[in-house]
Design a protein around this ligand. Structure first.
Ligand code: AP5
Length: 219
């Protein structure tokens, strides 16, 4: 299975990608996580990416693509992968298809999680992430045992720098500005599936599994 998860900030792409990746035993490849990690390590890519991410802007296509290509090259994506937050522009989608075609592969499905603005705000404002292992929590929907510490590794929980009101607004604008041509691209290929991303994590996961097993026709 070679999937791309699309959807606005806070839609649950990371949450659902992680669950599915564990079940299918294939890697979750999150461009956001990879870029944040590069920024923390002060690599040239990370330093450049940070300039865009802290303002809520998409990083340039070339940078996002390079990040994905490097990660795919690690070898564990041979049996399949779940791309979380990539592609985000039509140009990225075309580049991804070209890259896959060069090894005789193609994307199985592009799954978009749809969710209303009010829910986005609730989800993003409550998100907490472990600085050590990356585990994710929500202050209300999935609270950690201790508000400041990770259940899994006792690492410090923090709120992402780009989860403030102004930056979230910009991230939503960027999403709205780029997503239509991307949807159209995948609709024309007949592989776009729209999933209702509202409600509890388990419900969304089941909807996704049903759709991927063929219960829902591509949009
Ligand atoms: P990225 O990190 O990908 O951010 P995003 O797309 O804005 O998405 P989020 O991570 O905010 O949300 P999500 O949909 O993964 O939701 P989550 O599962 O965390 O990208 C960050 C930046 O990197 C971008 O702004 C851009 O600058 C750059 N970038 C990345 N990829 C790029 C690309 N391809 N091209 C160019 N630039 C790129 O859930 C959110 C919260 O809700 C969590 O607390 C979770 O616990 C909770 N939650 C999840 N599901 C549910 C549910 N069903 N019910 C209740 N709570 C839930």
């Amino acid at each position: 299975m070679r999937l791309a998860m699309l959807g606005p900030p806070g839609a649950g792409k990371g949450t659902q990608a992680r669950l599915l990746a564990q079940e299918l035993n294939i890697p979750q490849i999150s461009t956001g996580d990879l870029l944040r990690d590069a920024a923390r390590r002060h690599t040239a890519t990370g330093t450049e990416a940070r300039r865009y991410m802290e303002r809520g802007l998409l990083v340039p296509d070339e940078l996002a693509l390079r990040t994905v290509v490097e990660r795919m090259g690690e070898g564990d994506a041979v049996r399949g992968f779940i791309l979380d937050g990539f592609p985000r522009t039509r140009a990225q989608a075309v580049a991804l298809d070209e890259m896959l075609a060069s090894t005789g592969q193609k994307l199985s499905r592009a799954v978009v999680l749809e969710i209303g603005d009010e829910e986005i705000v609730k989800r993003i404002s409550g998100r907490r992430v472990c600085r050590n292992c990356g585990a994710m929590y929500h202050a209300i929907f999935d609270p950690p045992r201790n508000a400041e510490l990770c259940n899994q590794c006792n690492g410090e929980l923090y709120q992402r720098e780009d989860d403030n009101e102004d930056t979230v607004r910009m991230r939503l604008e960027q999403y709205a500005g780029k997503i239509k041509p991307l949807f159209q691209y995948y609709e024309e290929k007949g592989i776009l599936i729209r999933i209702d991303g509202s409600g509890p994590v388990g419900d969304v996961h089941r909807r996704m599994l049903d759709a991927l097993k063929g219960g829902a026709k591509p949009a």
